[in-house]
Design a binder for this molecule. Structure first.
Ligand SMILES: Cc1cc2nc3c(=O)[nH]c(=O)nc-3n(C[C@H](O)[C@H](O)[C@H](O)COP(=O)(O)OP(=O)(O)OC[C@H]3O[C@@H](n4cnc5c(N)ncnc54)[C@H](O)[C@@H]3O)c2cc1C
Length: 219
């Protein structure tokens, strides 16, 4: 296996995935590597209203994105869970909340206590012990210093992509407009060597990240 040092990273595709990768690499790894992203305006992005899960807070924290800016720039809103409508039967909804249910102890997880209490006729519905679920049902939400609710966002993916692009470019990532036509691989080890664009440009790199959505770099 090749032991080359990675100095040039090439990202194929500039939707949310591509610009997220570009922003993370250029901001977190810094100028030790060059980051080049190739995307095609003609092909475009999916860019819909995106429902996220709480892990998005981790990437935003790593990228040091201030939450008020993020909400404003992505036309975002907060969510405490995902509602599955007509889940088991018509008219029955189920909210998968992002919260923890109950409080365990060193001896056992909360569900053990709940099952025992249920046998004894003492327990409420399992969801009654989840703050996020109760808040979602009551359509209430707030972020305060005492309030540690688990949450995620619903956002406009195109706007998030544009915001990430700004972050990535301000940290040194370079964008190339064009359609990838062909992938060049090494005869020696089969690894990708370069991308060839329709306009004749050849973009070489040490590491290629496929964010084209349809796995363009699959060879
Ligand atoms: C209606 C709908 C609702 C959805 N809802 C959710 C949701 O709630 N939550 C969720 O997580 N996901 C959701 N998804 C899925 C999610 O939107 C997509 O998976 C995500 O936006 C894809 O982002 P991406 O960056 O991977 O790809 P894309 O946005 O497709 O970006 C691909 C990029 O690759 C470039 N590209 C492709 N081929 C080439 C080429 N040959 N040369 C150069 N560039 C190329 C394009 O120009 C573009 O920049 C939904 C999708 C749809 C359609």
């Amino acid at each position: 296996m090749s032991q080359r040092t990675v100095e040039k990273v090439v990202i194929a595709g500039g939707g949310t995935a591509g610009w997220m990768a570009a922003a993370a690499l250029s901001r977190l790894v810094g100028r030790k590597i060059s980051v080049t992203l190739v995307e095609s305006e003609e092909i475009g992005t999916v860019g819909v209203g995106e429902a996220t899960i709480p892990t998005i807070l981790t990437i935003n924290r790593l990228l040091q994105i201030p939450e008020p800016d993020f909400i404003k720039l992505t036309s975002g809103t907060f969510k405490l869970g995902i509602r599955f409508e007509n889940w088991r039967k018509q008219g029955e909804d189920y909210i998968h909340s992002f919260g923890d249910t109950g409080k365990g102890s060193w001896a056992a997880g909360f569900h053990h206590f709940w099952l025992r209490a249920k046998e004894m006729g003492l327990a409420e519905d399992y969801g009654e012990y989840c703050t996020e679920l109760k808040a979602a049902e009551a359509e209430r939400f707030a972020i305060t210093s005492q309030n540690k609710l688990n949450y995620a966002y619903h956002l406009d993916a195109s706007k998030y992509g544009m915001y990430l692009r700004k972050l990535a470019e301000s940290s040194g990532a370079k964008r190339i407009e064009g359609k990838i036509q062909r992938v060049e691989t090494s005869l020696e080890d089969g690894f990708i060597e370069a991308l060839h664009l329709e306009d004749g440009q050849r973009i070489d790199g040490d590491l290629f990240i496929d964010c084209t959505g349809d796995g363009f770099l699959r060879i």
